[in-house]
Write a protein that binds this ligand. Sequence first.
Ligand code: ADP
Length: 219
Amino acid sequence: MSARVIIVVLGKQGAGKGTQCKRLAAHLAIPHVSTGDMLRAAVRDATPTGLEVSSILAAGQLVSDDLVNRLVRERFTADDARGGALLDGFPRTLAQAEALDEILGDDGVKICINLDVTNSLVTERLSSRRVCQECGNIYRDSDIEAISGTCSNCGGDVIQRDDDLPAAILQRLEVYERDTAPLLSFYEGRGLVVRVDGDQEPDAVTAQILALLAQRGVG
Ligand code: ADP
């Protein structure tokens, strides 16, 4: 198990974590583990967890550390995570980072990618973002999929997330500064952080990440 490659992707909401993780997961053949996607699926399917968290998600607040820690712990028992995982949206608090260390044991986090973007850029991106409820594909409001409401990848419904409405965006960016930004120093202290300029075209961001990973012997 010690060859497990655990990559944490940090960055504000709308920094491009989901888009980049999907690409990197395909390239590195490890799963993209997004706690946001897991929680949204639970809300969509109206599971007990989904009913518990739906109003918290819509308001842009964080759900409890215990709940997400449990989701991630379970996720790591699946076969496809034996080679590693790209973690998107987890950890998001110092308590979650400590729980992750405990979940991973000897393996530990190998690299932390920080996607750097300005608040004005992410606010613009989030307001125009639309997502497929089924496969999570991301579109812009001007894309045909957003206008027709149908995903070209899977035929699912393309919607605007409740938390991509203006009040929730502000709230999420505040929560990010307060709870999640401190994680950068936590992983910097371990020498694990690589910084990437997220204010570039998606292909350029992917290329920069892959080059940085290769320098560290991953990929
Ligand atoms: P974003 O990063 O754009 O806010 P995510 O899809 O990562 O989107 O998360 C959506 C929502 O799910 C968050 O606003 C929060 O309510 C909840 N969530 C996701 N991951 C976590 C986490 N690790 N801890 C607490 N809440 C989380």
